[in-house]
Design a protein around this ligand. Structure first.
Ligand SMILES: [Zn+2]
Length: 313
Protein backbone atom coordinates (compact mmCIF):
# COMPACT_ATOMS: atom_id res chain seq x y z
CA UNK A 1 0.00 0.00 0.00
CA UNK A 2 1.38 3.41 -0.94
CA UNK A 3 1.89 5.99 1.79
CA UNK A 4 -0.66 8.28 0.15
CA UNK A 5 -3.26 5.48 0.23
CA UNK A 6 -2.42 4.74 3.85
CA UNK A 7 -2.46 8.43 4.79
CA UNK A 8 -4.89 10.31 2.51
CA UNK A 9 -3.58 13.86 2.53
CA UNK A 10 -4.08 17.37 1.25
CA UNK A 11 -0.88 19.32 0.61
CA UNK A 12 -0.90 23.12 0.73
CA UNK A 13 1.90 25.54 -0.03
CA UNK A 14 1.60 28.29 2.54
CA UNK A 15 2.25 32.00 2.54
CA UNK A 16 5.66 32.44 4.16
CA UNK A 17 6.37 35.93 5.47
CA UNK A 18 10.02 36.51 6.30
CA UNK A 19 11.06 35.90 9.91
CA UNK A 20 12.00 39.57 10.15
CA UNK A 21 8.53 40.64 9.02
CA UNK A 22 6.95 38.52 11.75
CA UNK A 23 9.47 39.74 14.33
CA UNK A 24 8.63 43.37 13.43
CA UNK A 25 4.92 42.62 13.62
CA UNK A 26 5.30 41.06 17.07
CA UNK A 27 7.47 43.92 18.30
CA UNK A 28 4.68 46.31 17.33
CA UNK A 29 1.82 44.29 18.86
CA UNK A 30 2.83 41.72 21.47
CA UNK A 31 2.91 44.45 24.14
CA UNK A 32 -0.92 44.29 24.12
CA UNK A 33 -0.56 40.85 25.67
CA UNK A 34 2.70 40.97 27.66
CA UNK A 35 4.21 43.86 29.63
CA UNK A 36 7.74 42.89 28.65
CA UNK A 37 8.35 41.32 25.26
CA UNK A 38 10.75 41.18 22.36
CA UNK A 39 11.00 39.31 19.07
CA UNK A 40 14.13 38.89 16.93
CA UNK A 41 15.62 36.77 14.18
CA UNK A 42 18.50 34.77 15.65
CA UNK A 43 20.67 31.75 14.93
CA UNK A 44 18.89 28.75 16.38
CA UNK A 45 20.59 27.56 19.57
CA UNK A 46 21.55 23.89 19.63
CA UNK A 47 18.18 22.47 20.64
CA UNK A 48 19.71 19.06 21.40
CA UNK A 49 21.22 20.56 24.51
CA UNK A 50 19.67 21.61 27.81
CA UNK A 51 17.31 23.24 28.47
CA UNK A 52 15.57 22.04 25.27
CA UNK A 53 16.38 18.32 24.93
CA UNK A 54 15.13 17.99 21.34
CA UNK A 55 16.07 15.07 19.12
CA UNK A 56 17.96 17.28 16.65
CA UNK A 57 19.72 20.61 16.78
CA UNK A 58 17.73 23.09 14.66
CA UNK A 59 14.33 24.02 13.22
CA UNK A 60 15.51 24.62 9.66
CA UNK A 61 15.52 22.75 6.34
CA UNK A 62 12.13 22.48 4.58
CA UNK A 63 9.95 23.51 7.52
CA UNK A 64 6.50 21.92 7.30
CA UNK A 65 3.55 21.17 9.53
CA UNK A 66 1.23 18.17 9.54
CA UNK A 67 -2.25 18.13 11.01
CA UNK A 68 -3.10 14.46 11.45
CA UNK A 69 -6.51 12.93 12.16
CA UNK A 70 -8.70 15.03 14.39
CA UNK A 71 -10.62 15.50 17.62
CA UNK A 72 -13.63 13.83 15.98
CA UNK A 73 -11.70 10.52 16.11
CA UNK A 74 -11.41 10.94 19.90
CA UNK A 75 -14.91 12.05 20.84
CA UNK A 76 -17.78 11.53 21.40
CA UNK A 77 -16.33 7.99 21.47
CA UNK A 78 -12.82 6.95 20.38
CA UNK A 79 -12.40 5.39 16.95
CA UNK A 80 -10.48 2.36 18.15
CA UNK A 81 -10.61 0.93 14.63
CA UNK A 82 -8.29 3.67 13.32
CA UNK A 83 -4.78 2.49 12.48
CA UNK A 84 -1.89 4.29 14.22
CA UNK A 85 0.04 7.00 12.38
CA UNK A 86 3.77 6.40 12.01
CA UNK A 87 5.87 9.58 12.11
CA UNK A 88 8.74 8.21 10.01
CA UNK A 89 6.28 7.13 7.31
CA UNK A 90 4.55 10.50 7.47
CA UNK A 91 7.94 12.21 7.22
CA UNK A 92 8.69 10.17 4.09
CA UNK A 93 5.27 11.01 2.66
CA UNK A 94 6.18 14.67 3.14
CA UNK A 95 9.40 14.06 1.19
CA UNK A 96 11.95 13.81 4.00
CA UNK A 97 14.89 11.41 4.06
CA UNK A 98 15.90 12.82 7.40
CA UNK A 99 13.72 14.85 9.68
CA UNK A 100 13.03 16.23 13.12
CA UNK A 101 9.41 15.66 14.18
CA UNK A 102 8.10 17.57 17.22
CA UNK A 103 4.67 18.50 18.51
CA UNK A 104 1.56 17.25 20.27
CA UNK A 105 -0.49 14.08 19.74
CA UNK A 106 -2.53 11.28 21.27
CA UNK A 107 -0.26 8.51 22.51
CA UNK A 108 -0.15 5.14 20.73
CA UNK A 109 -2.41 3.42 23.25
CA UNK A 110 -1.56 -0.03 21.87
CA UNK A 111 2.00 0.67 23.11
CA UNK A 112 1.31 2.61 26.33
CA UNK A 113 -1.63 0.36 27.31
CA UNK A 114 -3.74 3.42 28.02
CA UNK A 115 -4.86 6.59 26.27
CA UNK A 116 -2.63 9.53 27.27
CA UNK A 117 -0.68 12.56 26.03
CA UNK A 118 2.18 12.14 23.56
CA UNK A 119 4.99 14.66 23.27
CA UNK A 120 6.58 13.53 19.99
CA UNK A 121 10.25 14.50 19.73
CA UNK A 122 12.20 12.33 17.32
CA UNK A 123 14.68 12.52 14.49
CA UNK A 124 15.04 9.92 11.76
CA UNK A 125 17.41 9.35 8.89
CA UNK A 126 17.03 6.92 6.01
CA UNK A 127 20.27 6.18 4.16
CA UNK A 128 20.71 5.09 0.53
CA UNK A 129 20.20 1.45 1.56
CA UNK A 130 16.83 2.37 3.10
CA UNK A 131 18.31 1.75 6.54
CA UNK A 132 16.45 3.77 9.15
CA UNK A 133 18.20 5.36 12.15
CA UNK A 134 16.05 6.96 14.84
CA UNK A 135 16.95 9.27 17.71
CA UNK A 136 13.89 9.28 19.93
CA UNK A 137 13.41 11.75 22.79
CA UNK A 138 9.64 11.31 22.81
CA UNK A 139 7.78 11.43 26.13
CA UNK A 140 4.26 10.52 27.15
CA UNK A 141 2.28 11.78 30.14
CA UNK A 142 -0.42 9.63 31.71
CA UNK A 143 -2.56 9.49 34.82
CA UNK A 144 -1.08 7.01 37.30
CA UNK A 145 -2.97 4.84 39.83
CA UNK A 146 -3.04 7.70 42.37
CA UNK A 147 -4.54 10.08 39.83
CA UNK A 148 -1.23 11.96 39.46
CA UNK A 149 0.84 12.80 36.39
CA UNK A 150 3.38 10.23 35.27
CA UNK A 151 5.80 11.50 32.61
CA UNK A 152 7.90 8.83 30.91
CA UNK A 153 10.17 8.30 27.89
CA UNK A 154 8.47 6.36 25.12
CA UNK A 155 10.41 4.55 22.44
CA UNK A 156 7.70 4.63 19.79
CA UNK A 157 7.38 6.52 16.50
CA UNK A 158 3.59 6.27 16.39
CA UNK A 159 0.59 8.25 17.54
CA UNK A 160 -3.14 7.53 17.41
CA UNK A 161 -6.28 9.46 16.43
CA UNK A 162 -4.78 12.95 16.18
CA UNK A 163 -1.50 14.78 16.09
CA UNK A 164 -0.01 18.14 15.20
CA UNK A 165 3.65 18.16 14.31
CA UNK A 166 6.30 20.50 12.97
CA UNK A 167 8.67 18.64 10.64
CA UNK A 168 11.97 19.88 9.20
CA UNK A 169 15.47 18.60 8.48
CA UNK A 170 16.59 19.60 11.98
CA UNK A 171 19.29 21.87 10.59
CA UNK A 172 20.72 24.95 12.28
CA UNK A 173 19.79 28.32 10.79
CA UNK A 174 17.80 31.47 11.40
CA UNK A 175 14.71 31.25 13.58
CA UNK A 176 12.25 33.56 15.30
CA UNK A 177 13.04 34.12 18.98
CA UNK A 178 10.31 35.54 21.21
CA UNK A 179 10.67 36.58 24.83
CA UNK A 180 7.56 37.49 26.81
CA UNK A 181 7.06 38.23 30.52
CA UNK A 182 4.20 39.47 32.69
CA UNK A 183 1.02 38.56 30.87
CA UNK A 184 -1.51 41.39 30.69
CA UNK A 185 -3.89 39.87 28.10
CA UNK A 186 -6.46 37.10 28.54
CA UNK A 187 -5.08 34.90 25.77
CA UNK A 188 -2.41 32.27 26.26
CA UNK A 189 1.06 32.64 24.72
CA UNK A 190 0.38 31.04 21.34
CA UNK A 191 -3.10 32.58 21.00
CA UNK A 192 -1.55 36.01 21.52
CA UNK A 193 0.90 35.41 18.67
CA UNK A 194 -1.80 33.84 16.46
CA UNK A 195 -4.14 36.80 16.94
CA UNK A 196 -1.45 39.25 15.85
CA UNK A 197 -0.55 37.21 12.76
CA UNK A 198 -4.22 36.69 11.85
CA UNK A 199 -4.93 40.44 12.03
CA UNK A 200 -2.17 41.08 9.51
CA UNK A 201 -2.52 38.18 7.06
CA UNK A 202 -6.28 37.57 7.19
CA UNK A 203 -7.44 34.52 5.25
CA UNK A 204 -3.95 33.20 4.53
CA UNK A 205 -2.76 30.26 6.58
CA UNK A 206 0.47 31.13 8.36
CA UNK A 207 1.71 28.13 10.35
CA UNK A 208 4.44 28.22 12.96
CA UNK A 209 6.08 25.44 14.89
CA UNK A 210 8.90 24.95 17.32
CA UNK A 211 9.65 24.96 21.00
CA UNK A 212 9.00 27.39 23.82
CA UNK A 213 10.16 27.32 27.39
CA UNK A 214 8.11 28.34 30.36
CA UNK A 215 11.03 29.62 32.41
CA UNK A 216 9.12 31.02 35.39
CA UNK A 217 5.62 30.60 36.74
CA UNK A 218 2.91 27.95 36.68
CA UNK A 219 0.77 26.66 33.83
CA UNK A 220 -2.52 24.79 33.62
CA UNK A 221 -2.06 21.52 31.75
CA UNK A 222 -4.37 18.59 31.17
CA UNK A 223 -3.73 14.90 30.83
CA UNK A 224 -6.29 12.65 29.17
CA UNK A 225 -7.31 9.66 31.27
CA UNK A 226 -8.12 6.38 29.54
CA UNK A 227 -10.85 6.53 26.92
CA UNK A 228 -14.31 7.44 28.09
CA UNK A 229 -16.84 4.61 27.85
CA UNK A 230 -19.72 7.09 27.79
CA UNK A 231 -20.01 9.51 24.86
CA UNK A 232 -18.44 12.95 25.37
CA UNK A 233 -20.92 15.11 23.51
CA UNK A 234 -20.33 18.53 25.03
CA UNK A 235 -17.31 20.62 25.95
CA UNK A 236 -18.47 20.37 29.55
CA UNK A 237 -18.40 16.56 29.39
CA UNK A 238 -14.91 16.65 27.82
CA UNK A 239 -13.65 18.98 30.56
CA UNK A 240 -15.09 16.71 33.25
CA UNK A 241 -13.33 13.75 31.67
CA UNK A 242 -9.93 15.49 31.36
CA UNK A 243 -7.69 15.79 34.42
CA UNK A 244 -6.30 19.30 34.96
CA UNK A 245 -3.07 20.07 36.79
CA UNK A 246 -1.09 23.15 37.79
CA UNK A 247 2.50 22.50 36.74
CA UNK A 248 5.56 24.54 37.57
CA UNK A 249 8.34 25.87 35.38
CA UNK A 250 10.65 24.97 33.83
CA UNK A 251 8.52 23.36 31.13
CA UNK A 252 9.61 22.53 27.57
CA UNK A 253 6.67 23.06 25.22
CA UNK A 254 6.45 21.66 21.68
CA UNK A 255 4.01 23.69 19.68
CA UNK A 256 2.25 24.00 16.33
CA UNK A 257 -0.26 26.72 15.48
CA UNK A 258 -1.99 28.27 12.49
CA UNK A 259 -3.36 31.75 11.94
CA UNK A 260 -6.35 30.63 9.83
CA UNK A 261 -8.22 27.41 9.05
CA UNK A 262 -9.57 27.71 5.49
CA UNK A 263 -11.98 24.75 5.81
CA UNK A 264 -9.31 22.14 6.51
CA UNK A 265 -10.61 21.44 10.04
CA UNK A 266 -7.20 22.29 11.47
CA UNK A 267 -6.38 22.12 15.15
CA UNK A 268 -5.57 25.81 15.38
CA UNK A 269 -3.14 25.46 18.23
CA UNK A 270 -1.66 22.40 19.91
CA UNK A 271 1.11 22.43 22.48
CA UNK A 272 2.41 19.59 24.63
CA UNK A 273 4.97 20.02 27.39
CA UNK A 274 7.57 17.86 29.06
CA UNK A 275 10.22 18.57 31.66
CA UNK A 276 13.14 17.14 33.58
CA UNK A 277 11.13 17.15 36.82
CA UNK A 278 8.25 14.80 36.01
CA UNK A 279 5.70 17.37 34.80
CA UNK A 280 4.11 17.14 31.37
CA UNK A 281 0.86 17.30 29.43
CA UNK A 282 -1.27 19.50 27.18
CA UNK A 283 -0.74 23.27 27.63
CA UNK A 284 -3.80 25.48 28.16
CA UNK A 285 -2.52 28.74 29.68
CA UNK A 286 -0.45 30.08 32.53
CA UNK A 287 -2.07 30.87 35.86
CA UNK A 288 0.60 33.22 37.24
CA UNK A 289 0.46 36.25 34.91
CA UNK A 290 2.87 38.36 37.01
CA UNK A 291 5.49 35.67 37.28
CA UNK A 292 5.22 34.02 33.89
CA UNK A 293 8.16 34.07 31.52
CA UNK A 294 8.19 32.54 28.03
CA UNK A 295 11.09 32.08 25.62
CA UNK A 296 10.26 30.67 22.18
CA UNK A 297 12.10 29.51 19.08
CA UNK A 298 9.83 29.09 16.06
CA UNK A 299 10.10 28.69 12.34
CA UNK A 300 7.46 29.42 9.70
CA UNK A 301 6.22 26.37 7.79
CA UNK A 302 6.35 26.50 4.00
CA UNK A 303 4.04 23.52 3.48
CA UNK A 304 1.09 22.05 5.32
CA UNK A 305 -0.11 18.44 5.12
CA UNK A 306 -3.67 17.71 6.25
CA UNK A 307 -3.54 13.97 6.86
CA UNK A 308 -6.59 11.69 7.17
CA UNK A 309 -9.02 14.47 8.05
CA UNK A 310 -12.33 13.25 9.47
CA UNK A 311 -14.97 13.22 6.75
CA UNK A 312 -17.51 15.98 6.99
CA UNK A 313 -21.09 15.25 7.90
ZN1 LIG B 1 -3.13 17.81 23.37
Amino acid sequence: MSLLTKYPSIKRQLLVPSLQEIADLLNQNLNRYFAECNAAVVDCPNLRQAPFHLANEGLCGNPMVADIGGVRYLSPLPRLDKQPYNFTELGELMGFKNALVIGAACAPFHVTGVNCELIPNLAFKKDENECLTIANETHAAKIDERGECELFKLDSVECCLLGNVFVCEGKPGKVLKINAKKRIGNENFTESIRNIIREKYGENIISLGGVFLIKQGTAKLHIMPDFSTTPLNTEEQVNEWLKFFSMKAPLICLSVFHSYDDNLELRMEHTHCFSTHGAGGHYHYDITPDEIEYEAYFNVAETLYRVDAPKSG
